[in-house]
Design a binder for this molecule. Structure first.
Ligand code: HMG
Ligand code: NDP
Length: 404
């Protein structure tokens, strides 16, 4: 086995390319060799980046040109009682973040949820989408293609599902724009977030379409999916899991633990999260759902670029007839999995263990539903705490005390 320095020398001599080192040494030595080369070029010390605790080989499906690992501090909020469709009982919520005051805020929110008897959570819609773009000769052929798709959903399902043991095609919706046709395939991907699964399955279905119609495939992803970009279609139609968490909090709990009133929280929610967001043209009618989505995504091995879709959330708050505070958070497009992607990495798998949702669920899909419910509960806690901090005018002092 060559040493890192010997491998680095061979790259310097142009005998090997930077991404070929794993073919000549184990993954840890390859990473060490790359670190040397990068440190030399950047004139930087990368010692801490090299102090990772898992075997580099474990990350081979997740990263290329590995040089080490970035460590993000991990905190927990809770425990909080969740009455979910898939997840029930007390859970600590794992949150990986560098934003001081965030975990404290979610923790305070969880303590309020506890004092109110816990949160309820349910997944209301499931489906990962992929929408290839087809080119036709014009509207006559576009309309014919849309018709062919509607008449042949069974054949498309058979082709798509031939590539997966778990995935099920649930719907194909055509969208026509002149000589462009976008077919939005939707799959139940069970416990997988499902982007690889849906992409591979859709590729197979596209071969059938090209064989049977005159349309030609331009791109397997035509952006109407929509992955990793802000898009109203996800906020309206959902993508991944559509999930809601809610709670009803007695007035005295709001006053004692949040230093504000149900009226103040409801008014701030309307003027900030609803009217303010509408005026801004935002898709996120919430305060900071992305904070919890991002922190729990990092902690549990989700695809962090999909925080974009995870921020498509609406927070509602109202005072009930007997003066309590009702608050809900509905995330329209939360793309989560408990198998595949980054979920197998050792620290991320332990993050899933904190919630009790590592791996495949029984029945399949239950663990990913449970993860979605836990994230929605964390988002609810975060919304409550931040809305209350705005009500009690504690936002800037909280961040001055904890975040600097
Ligand atoms: C900071 C607090 C919680 C203080 O809140 P407080 O009520 O003054 O604190 P407290 O000392 O009375 O403690 C209350 C509870 O908070 C928790 N707590 C308190 N301190 C800690 C700590 N060190 N570590 C862990 N948990 C903590 C804990 O649950 C504690 O209960 P206890 O366990 O003691 O019975 C509150 O002021 C707060 O939540 N502020 C809001 C901060 C926040 O939500 N920041 C989020 C990021 S803001 C942002 O990124 C987005 C933004 C704002 O730009 C979006 C927008 O435009 O809206
Ligand atoms: N390809 C693309 O365009 C994109 C890819 N990604 C990346 O895709 C990855 C996620 O894709 P994803 O398809 O979720 O993961 P993987 O590609 O890692 O595949 C997961 C596989 O796990 C198997 N599996 C085992 N048990 C279960 C179960 N209980 N439920 C569901 N599947 C199970 C399935 O195999 P089987 O299918 O045989 O049933 C499934 O295909 C991430 O790394 C992400 O970053 C992200 C965006 C776009």
């Amino acid at each position: 086995m060559p040493t890192p320095e010997e491998l680095a020398d061979r790259v310097r001599a142009c005998e090997l390319r930077l991404h070929e080192l794993e073919s000549h040494a184990d993954a840890d030595i390859a990473a060490a060799a790359r670190r040397r080369l990068v440190a030399e070029t950047a004139d930087a010390d990368l010692e801490t980046i090299g102090e990772y605790t898992f075997e580099a080989a474990a990350a081979e499906p997740n990263v290329e040109n590995m040089v080490g690992a970035v460590q993000v501090p991990l905190g927990v909020a809770g425990p909080v009682t969740i009455d979910g469709g898939a997840l029930s009982g007390d859970r600590y919520l794992p949150l990986a973040t560098t934003e001081g005051a965030l975990v404290a805020s979610v923790n305070r929110g969880c303590s309020v949820l506890e004092a109110a008897g816990g949160a309820s959570a349910r997944v209301t819609k499931t489906g990962m989408t992929r929408a290839p773009a087809f080119k036709t000769s014009g509207i006559v052929e576009s309309e014919a293609l849309a018709g062919w798709v509607r008449d042949n959903e069974d054949r498309l399902a058979a082709a798509a599902e031939s590539t997966t043991n778990h995935g099920e095609l649930t719907d194909v919706t055509p969208y026509v724009v002149g000589n462009n046709v976008y077919l939005r395939f939707r799959y139940d991907t069970k416990d997988a977030m499902g982007m690889n699964m849906a992409t591979i399955a859709t590729g197979e279905a596209c071969e059938l379409i090209e064989a049977e119609t005159d349309a030609s495939l331009v791109a397997l992803s035509g952006n109407l999916c929509t992955d990793k970009k802000p898009a109203a279609i996800n906020a309206i139609e959902g993508r991944g899991r559509s999930v809601t968490a809610d709670v009803r909090i007695p007035e005295d709990v709001v006053e004692e633990r949040l230093h504000t009133t149900p009226d103040a929280v409801a008014e701030i929610n309307t003027r900030k999260n609803l009217v303010g967001s509408a005026k801004a043209g935002s898709l996120g009618f919430n305060a900071h759902v992305a904070n919890v989505v991002a922190a729990m995504f990092l902690a549990t091995g989700q695809d962090e670029a999909q925080v974009v879709e995870g921020a498509n959330a609406i927070t509602t708050a109202e005072v009930t007839a007997d003066g309590d505070l009702y608050v809900s958070v509905s995330i329209a497009s939360l793309e989560v999995g408990t198998v595949g992607g980054g979920t197998k990495l050792p620290t991320q798998a332990e993050g899933l263990d904190v919630l009790g949702v590592r791996g495949g669920g029984d029945p399949a899909g239950d663990n990913a539903d449970g993860l979605a419910e836990a994230i929605a509960t964390g988002a609810l806690a975060g919304e409550l705490s931040l809305l209350a901090a705005l009500g009690s005018r504690h936002l800037s002092s909280a961040h001055a005390d904890l975040g600097r």
